[in-house]
Design a protein around this ligand. Structure first.
Ligand code: HEM
Length: 131
């Protein structure tokens, strides 16, 4: 069998698919809801995080190279613009990246992939700082 036409595995596949991406997102919001270190970050979110759990999982699934339903449902949406109206300072940006880094570790995402994601999320979060 020729391997020439095979596509390289997407980060979505390397992480282990939708179930694992959802597990990361659940761990992320669980940390945000329970660890007082993230109280300021929790405070700028809506009281019910259920819609956010679904939305972030959907975004990450498409962004990592998996099914793109989230993007299809939101034509032309820009993640950076979406955060522009939010009161995000350097500390909130750091809290987001920190909680996500811990979530990746908790779920057992392979260390090299987890580190690469930590760096990208760190850059994204820094660029989302609005004040
Ligand atoms: C810089 C730190 C960040 C802060 C403080 C932050 C905060 C927020 C807040 C307050 C919301 C609205 C939540 C609500 O309505 O309850 C939101 C939405 C969202 N954020 Fe962030 N965010 C950050 C970084 C990120 C990053 C890096 C990503 C992607 C990797 C991301 C993905 C999303 C998504 C997908 C939504 C939901 C959009 C929607 O369904 O309308 N955020 N964020």
């Amino acid at each position: 069998m020729s391997t020439e036409t095979e596509q390289p595995a997407t980060p979505f596949e390397q992480i282990g698919g939708g179930e694992r991406v959802r597990a990361v997102v659940e761990a992320f919001y669980d940390l945000m809801e329970t660890d007082p270190a993230y109280a300021p970050l929790r405070a700028i979110h809506a009281p019910d995080l259920t819609p956010m759990r679904a939305s972030l999982a959907g975004f990450l699934t498409g962004w990592l190279g998996g099914p793109r339903d989230w993007f299809a449902e939101r034509p032309g949406v820009c993640m950076m613009s979406l955060h522009r109206a939010m009161p995000i300072d350097a500390e909130l940006s750091r809290q987001w990246t920190d909680a996500m880094g811990r979530a990746l570790d908790q779920v057992g995402v392979e260390p090299e992939m987890a580190q690469a994601l930590r760096e990208v999320f760190g850059r994204m979060s820094t660029n989302m700082t609005t004040r």
